[in-house]
Design a protein around this ligand. Structure first.
Ligand code: UDX
Length: 458
């Protein structure tokens, strides 16, 4: 099929490269010329495992091209994905400006004789499919006055569930595909588009192997549009709630003297609960969970419904982000003038993304309380220095953060931190206090060395 993907960010790149790999002809569109030039040169504008290799392959096969001008490709497209960004605005609502611009421009370039399925792939507020329909119609009527929308295009919802750092794997080997439309020909076309993915009939790319035991066919949830839109929010709200639940249990563990890792491991063995996403720590972050929860709560409140459970998940997370600094204050009392090492700045390991990272809360609190903060991250120190304005010293080697500090605070569980030499680190510290915000290290290793060690809920 002829596929057009608007927006070459995480979602657009993963979608476009995956569909081209499956054999479709894909045109990626982005308003940033440097992104388009990079894609044309087979260099991915985003950092994702396997992306450069797969992009190289689909570029070489001629099945993927990139442009800043959607116009000419619109009329030929069978399916158009809108995958532009929807950043949260001041009220926490998704900003739909880019979606609107994309939809109007699509409408202007439609060929009324060639019906197309327009798919919302960006995470958009509930009910957005209707909005997109009206915007495409505005564009269509500006170039083809009086042309009925029905028969020219239809808008469907097909949310993505990509994790950063595993975007291609999640895209090629999804847990389910959600197709939201009430229009039979659109449903048929989307089923056909995804047929090789559903059947897993493609050879796995060398750079993104099929997970052991991955079963075909991939389940397809055929729903109405609004339900598909809500699946995305409900999924992320549930995942965030799972983590917040583990964090609340961790807080109780600390009071009663239990070990949250042992508790949640056994809790998760119940198949009704499941063992994933029960790791206690200093809370969740990233570009999706906070944004999607606030959008879901916003929608509920528009209807006079107080989303108590979602609000509690957010509140537990807010409290959890203070765990490190509160533990530090409880031990060191005043933080003024104390040298504190913060390890990890990204919202999780394996990404360079700083959006809504718990590390920002930690840096903000520490600097406000007068500590001298030295921060390290394997990939994001420069970006953090740019993005955040706290008086923090950023260092490129973890030893330089630890040496001379009175406390080490772990925010992000990068694998290289798991392998730290604690004998050496201990000797270089001014005072050996270690606060492990991700339960990465073992008390049995650190305490015998004479290190004062605290972790979350253990
Ligand atoms: C998430 C969803 O997983 C994905 O399905 C959706 O499409 C986008 O949002 P991502 O933002 O990449 O993906 O992050 P994810 O890997 O889910 O981690 C989210 C946060 O939760 C991270 O800050 C992580 O450190 C934290 N986390 C995760 C925990 O604190 N405990 C856990 O047990 C799991």
């Amino acid at each position: 099929m002829q596929v057009l993907v608007l927006g070459a960010g995480y979602v657009g790149m993963a979608t476009g490269v995956t569909l081209a790999y499956l054999g479709h002809d894909v045109v990626l569109v982005d308003i940033k010329p440097e992104r388009v030039a990079a894609i044309a040169a087979a260099q991915s504008p985003i950092l994702e495992p396997g992306m450069d290799a797969m992009l190289g392959e689909v570029r070489a096969s001629g099945r993927l091209s990139a442009t800043t001008e959607a116009g000419p490709a619109v009329a030929a497209a069978d399916v158009v994905f809108i995958a532009v960004n929807t950043p949260p605005d001041a009220s926490g609502d998704a900003n739909m400006t880019f979606v609107q611009a994309a939809a109007v421009s699509l409408g202007q370039h439609l060929d009324p004789t060639h019906p197309v399925v327009i798919v919302n792939k960006s995470t958009v507020p509930i009910g957005s499919a209707n909005l997109v329909k009206s915007w495409v119609e505005d564009g269509l009527h500006s170039t083809h006055p009086g042309t009925p929308a029905n028969g020219t295009f239809t808008v469907a919802s097909n949310p993505e569930f990509l994790r950063e750092g595993q975007a291609l794997s999640d895209s090629l080997y999804p847990s389910r595909i959600v197709l939201g439309t009430d229009v039979p020909w659109a449903m048929e076309r989307l089923q056909a588009l995804y047929a090789p993915l559903i059947a897993q009939s493609f050879p796995a790319p060398a750079s993104v192997p099929r997970p052991a035991g991955f079963l075909a066919p991939v389940p397809v949830a055929a729903t109405d549009r609004v339900s598909a839109e809500l699946v995305k929010y409900a999924s992320n709200a549930f995942l965030a709630t799972k983590i917040s639940f583990a964090n609340e249990i961790a807080a109780i563990c600390e009071r009663v003297g239990a070990d949250v890792t042992q508790v949640m491991a056994a809790v998760g063995q119940d198949p009704r609960i499941g063992s994933q996403f029960l790791d206690a720590g200093v809370g969740w972050g990233g570009s999706c969970f906070g944004k999607d929860l606030s959008a879901l709560m916003h929608t509920a409140r528009e209807y006079g419904l107080e989303p108590v459970l979602a609000a509690a998940a957010v509140e537990v997370n807010r409290r959890q982000r203070r765990w490190l600094v509160q533990r530090l204050q409880a031990t060191l009392k005043t933080l003024k003038g104390r040298r504190v090492a913060v390890l990890g700045l990204t919202f999780k390991p394996g990404t360079d993304d700083l959006r809504d990272s718990p590390a920002e809360t930690v840096l903000a609190d520490l600097t406000r309380l007068g500590a001298r903060v030295v921060a390290h991250d394997p990939v994001a120190t420069e970006a953090a220095a740019q993005a955040w304005s706290y008086p923090v010293e950023y260092v490129n080697h973890v030893d330089d953060a630890i040496a001379g500090s009175e406390a080490v605070l772990l925010v992000t569980a990068w694998p290289e931190y798991a392998a730290l030499d604690w004998v050496r680190a201990h000797e270089s510290m001014e005072r050996s206090l270690v606060l492990d915000g991700r339960n990465l290290w073992s008390p049995d290793v650190l305490r015998p060395l004479g290190i004062e060690y605290y972790s979350v809920g253990r």
